[in-house]
Design a protein around this ligand. Structure first.
Ligand code: SAH
Ligand code: SF4
Ligand code: F3S
Length: 469
């Protein structure tokens, strides 16, 4: 057996792709290790979204030169979005790199690695082929005990937001055939997975170009997979959020009440320059409709601060939007120039120091709402899907200091609870089980509670009560 080490940088798509990389190389005799020193092949799965992510990739690739000097047989591959963007240039920049491949080359990876290993070639494959490229599912999944997994349903993006590199590195938007998606989910569920997150840059437009049925239809099919307990998806683009999808939050039983709806800015003139194709009012109107369809829905978002031309007044509009919505949580980023994206040429660049200041102000402003959303759950009963042990010790009286289990609520909030509790059945807790927890404490990024019931028949009862006759 050869040992494969993968360093994954970037979004959930890259997390999914890293698993695909592992699957693609299993038939060539590679098995994944988490020890860099043991590896025969190291792959860096890179992200190009902001310059920091790109620097992180190059700095890790740089470190591998030393490792390769010690072990000349070591093979080094660079995959992902930086690989797609830079191609051959990576070979020139880093003489110890053997292989450069884009996200669409993953199904061809077995052959590419053979060429490197057996013929001693340095290989580049950044071909952007049409259609959804996928691996043969027969190569199976390694059961690593994860109970919540990502499933990619779309590749690429057609939206061309003016700051964003994704359409250039991931190519045109392409949807995966629903039968393949269902097949993969059934296989995951057979291996113990109970929650899937469907991934695409803009899931709202799933299937439309290829006439594969709508995203709402796909959700209805996934909902009927026996043994699956929860469905999530990301990301939705506010401009395409349809009534059908909003209704899905009321209709699709296993769909968790959480939506990540990146808004980026609260100022219309910034949204226009970003080419987001919605206004602040459109966004707020959609939030209203979502809350009417599903009053308990948790809403999270992404923001970019310091977009070229963003004034203090624009930024205050963003703070105002944060107040108007009351998000459960947000991610915020300082605008980063990407040379292929049009905004790199825009005038009115905002100084780094001011971007930093706005980022801090935004995060401080949001903190109140994040805590308010968590505190609002104190006293409530939440279904928690147990994912594993938490890093923190227990909190409850006699049991303080013992280990804690960790899982998520339907609204995607992390809940920890003590391993030793008085709840009947809690001795048999394991990842993949649904537990009813009474929430007693709220922190900014997690909740703490006491189990009050434990699912009796794991892998069945709760998820499937949805569709009981
Ligand atoms: N498809 C998703 C986002 C994918 S990228 C969507 O449209 O919402 C994830 C986040 O990175 C974006 O929501 C945005 O907030 C941020 N981002 C993208 N390009 C960026 C850039 N050039 N500088 C800073 N942040 C950026
Ligand atoms: Fe980037 Fe916009 Fe596409 Fe999201 S929708 S991936 S931000 S271009
Ligand atoms: Fe990064 Fe590529 Fe994802 S640029 S955010 S890894 S699609």
């Amino acid at each position: 057996m050869h040992q494969l080490y993968i360093n994954t940088i970037g979004c959930q798509m890259n997390v999914y792709d890293s698993d695909q990389i592992e699957r693609a190389l299993t038939p060539s005799g590679y098995s994944r290790t988490d020890q860099l020193e043991d590896a025969d092949l190291v792959i860096v799965n890179t992200c190009a979204i902001r310059s920091k992510a790109e620097q992180k990739a190059f700095s890790f690739v740089g470190r591998l030169a030393k490792l390769k000097r010690r072990n000349p047989d070591l093979l080094v591959g660079v995959g992902g979005c930086v690989a797609q963007q830079e191609g051959e240039k990576i070979l020139a920049r880093a003489p110890h790199v053997d292989l450069v491949f884009g996200p669409k080359a993953i199904p061809r990876l077995g052959r590419l690695v053979e060429r490197v290993r057996l013929q001693g070639l340095r290989v580049v494959d950044t071909e952007d082929t049409d259609g959804f490229e996928e691996l043969d599912l027969a190569s199976g999944f390694r059961d690593d005990g994860q109970v919540a997994r990502f499933v990619t349903i779309m590749q690429g993006c057609d939206n061309f937001c003016t700051y964003c590199v994704v359409p250039y590195v991931r190519g045109r938007e392409t949807s995966r055939h629903p039968d393949r998606i269902l097949e993969e989910i059934r296989m995951l569920v057979a291996g113990g997975v109970r929650e899937v997150t469907l991934l695409g840059q803009n899931v709202n437009s799933y299937g439309l170009k290829e006439d594969l049925g709508s995203f709402a239809e796909l959700l209805a099919r996934v909902d009927r997979v026996e043994g699956l307990a929860r469905i999530r998806f990301t990301t939705s683009h506010p401009k395409d959020l349809s009534d059908d999808l909003i209704d899905a939050f009321a209709r699709v039983c296993k769909l968790c009440p959480h939506i990540h709806l990146p808004v980026q800015s609260g100022a219309d003139r910034v949204l226009k320059r970003m080419n987001r194709q919605y206004t602040r009012a459109d966004y707020l109107e959609r939030i209203g409709r979502l809350r009417r369809a599903r009053p308990d829905i948790a809403i999270t978002s992404d923001f970019i601060v310091g977009f070229p031309g963003e004034t203090e007044a624009d930024f205050e509009q963003t703070l105002g939007l944060i107040e108007a919505v009351g998000f459960d949580g947000v991610f915020a980023f300082m605008y980063s120039d990407r040379s292929v994206a049009p905004a790199a040429q825009f005038k009115g660049k905002v100084e780094d120091a001011l971007k930093k200041e706005r980022l801090q102000r935004l995060l401080r402003h949001q903190e109140v709402f994040t805590l308010r959303a968590s505190k609002g759950l104190i006293g409530s009963f939440q279904d928690v899907l147990v994912e594993g042990f938490s890093a923190r010790p227990g909190l409850a009286g006699d049991h303080a200091g013992a280990r804690q289990w960790s899982g998520r609520t339907p609204g995607n909030k992390i809940v920890n609870f003590d391993q030793d509790t008085d709840c009947a059945g809690s001795q048999n807790v394991h990842p993949g089980l649904l537990i009813g927890v009474r929430i007693e404490k709220a922190f900014t990024h997690s909740l703490w509670g006491r189990p009050v019931w434990v699912e009796e028949k794991p892998g069945g009862s709760k998820g499937d009560t949805c569709h009981a006759a």
